[in-house]
Design a protein around this ligand. Structure first.
Ligand code: ADP
Ligand code: ZN
Length: 443
């Protein structure tokens, strides 16, 4: 556990963030009971689901009774498309958003006035904890639109009292000009786009010393500690992780504190469970499992036990920052982006970690899965770093062999590796799509 803060350890809503655990659990139970009664009465999909599960609002007497409640899934949201889970009159909705649809048709969510206020404060919590202060400037390179990332972070920055530079996503050359000419202290985007911009800076396109950049707040897709180190060491900044998903709220569900021991979940707003995705039973604390969220305060779009498909670990041990909330580890994958190769479960993040351990490999890669005969084959396309001085075939072969061995070391699988010229693989402005699965897995 880190015991030294990276930035000054401050709180946005100290009383809520540092509430004694016993008080926090009592608050959660009281809110859960109110929530369950409310959705049972106002959301027909929940009335049906509770009846099918044979549970009535009055059955919820202790926090553990949450396990008697049915789960909600993305499929449920789609079945009740577009707004079947709306729990307030339509006239009280002040904002709509939607998931980015990276896994199919978008799903819509709605916010009341009070939902917006809570959401903005929760974004301010992690921004303030991570070093954003009034008077600073933050450049938001997330897309503005249905996606919750852009507007969520935008409003959080304003709430902190800092200046927002709403660059939105795309146009790398312009992002760099903005960073340079308006001197943002923080950059906010996806990890893959941050890496792309970092490459731009490090390639000498602009002079690092002409920037005022101190840090980045990254989220919205899985990334690794190794990726963080590369950006921090390469640019001399610090890089913070935050997590959210539109169905549950958007950004602000959890974020790192100054000590960076995982991401503190806003437990005064959400109950988080970590379950075994097969048995649906809770895993032991500290073990990997799927995160499941119940929203305690949301008026417009409350969800009961929403299955995120995100794999993480929970830690309730005290954090030196003084916050009492549980911390979640980095997301190591989604149960649905998990690749099963010759029967072995593999996450793209494992392959990424192996690549980042190789000096000459850049973090730009693409995983292609095929099944030429009956056996799965994986080819990992990886770009060499622009400045890696390789001038003989035998050196290239040696690098490739080391990457193959590295990947085998973390995944237990032999994968083919294709070395690519620098700057030849696709770059991503939003969420990256690094897996091409060419197998027909349906028949
Ligand atoms: P979708 O991508 O399903 O359309 P969202 O745009 O709301 O929906 O994205 C939410 C998902 O993004 C999360 O469920 C999680 O998989 C991923 N995500 C968000 N933040 C992080 C993070 N810090 N680390 C890893 N994954 C993240
Ligand atoms: Zn902490």
């Amino acid at each position: 556990m880190n015991t030294k803060p990276l930035v000054e350890n401050v709180f946005w809503q100290k009383e809520k963030e540092c509430m004694p655990k016993g008080e926090l659990r009592a608050l959660q139970l009281q809110k859960l009971r109110t929530l369950v009664a409310r959705v049972y009465a106002s959301v027909p999909a929940y009335t049906r689901a509770f009846d099918d599960a044979g549970v009535k609002p009055d059955d919820i007497k202790a926090l553990d009774d949450i396990r008697r409640l049915p789960f909600t899934t993305k499929a449920d949201l789609r079945e009740n498309y577009p707004l079947g889970y709306l729990a307030i009159p339509r006239s009280e909705v002040v904002r709509f958003h939607g998931s980015s649809g990276s896994t199919g048709k978008p799903t819509f969510v709605a916010y009341s006035k009070s939902d917006m206020d809570n959401w903005v404060n929760l974004c301010a919590r992690f921004l303030y904890a991570g070093g954003l202060r009034p008077g600073m400037t933050a450049q938001v390179a997330f897309g503005y639109g249905l996606f919750t990332g852009g507007f969520g972070l935008h409003q959080g920055i304003e709430r902190v009292g800092a200046a927002v530079l709403p660059a939105s996503s795309g146009n790398t050359a312009r992002q760099l000009v903005l960073l340079q000419d308006l001197g943002a202290d923080f950059l906010i985007c996806t990890p893959s786009y941050a890496l792309h911009l970092a490459d731009g800076i490090q390639s000498g396109a602009i002079d690092r010393s002409s920037l005022n950049l101190k840090g980045m707040f990254l989220g919205s897709e899985p990334w690794t500690e190794a990726m963080r180190r590369r950006m921090e060491e390469g640019l001399g900044i610090y890089v913070e992780n935050n997590y959210g998903l539109s169905e549950v709220q958007g950004p602000g569900i959890s974020g790192e504190c100054a000590f960076r021991n995982g991401m503190h979940v806003a437990e005064d707003h959400f109950i988080v469970e970590c379950i075994n995705p097969e048995t649906l039973e809770p895993v032991e604390e500290g073990e990997e499992g799927e995160l499941v969220f119940t929203t305690l305060n949301k008026e417009a779009f409350p969800l009961i036990r929403y299955r995120t498909r995100d794999i993480s670990r929970l830690d309730n041990a005290a954090c030196p920052c003084g916050r009492t909330s549980v911390r979640m580890s980095r997301i190591t994958g989604r149960t649905d982006d998990m690749l099963i190769i010759r029967g072995v479960n593999v996450y793209p993040s494992q392959i990424e970690a192996a690549l980042l351990a190789i000096q000459e490999a850049s973090p730009h890669y693409m995983i292609e899965v095929s099944r030429p005969k009956s056996m799965d084959e994986v080819t990992v396309h990886v770009e060499l770093k622009p400045n890696s001085m390789v001038d003989s075939i035998s050196e290239l072969n040696a690098i490739r062999d080391r990457i193959v061995a590295g990947i085998a070391g973390v995944t237990g699988l032999h994968m083919k590796v294709a070395l690519e010229q620098p700057n030849t693989l696709e770059r991503f402005e939003g969420k990256s799509k690094r897996v091409k699965d060419l197998r027909n897995l349906k028949d």
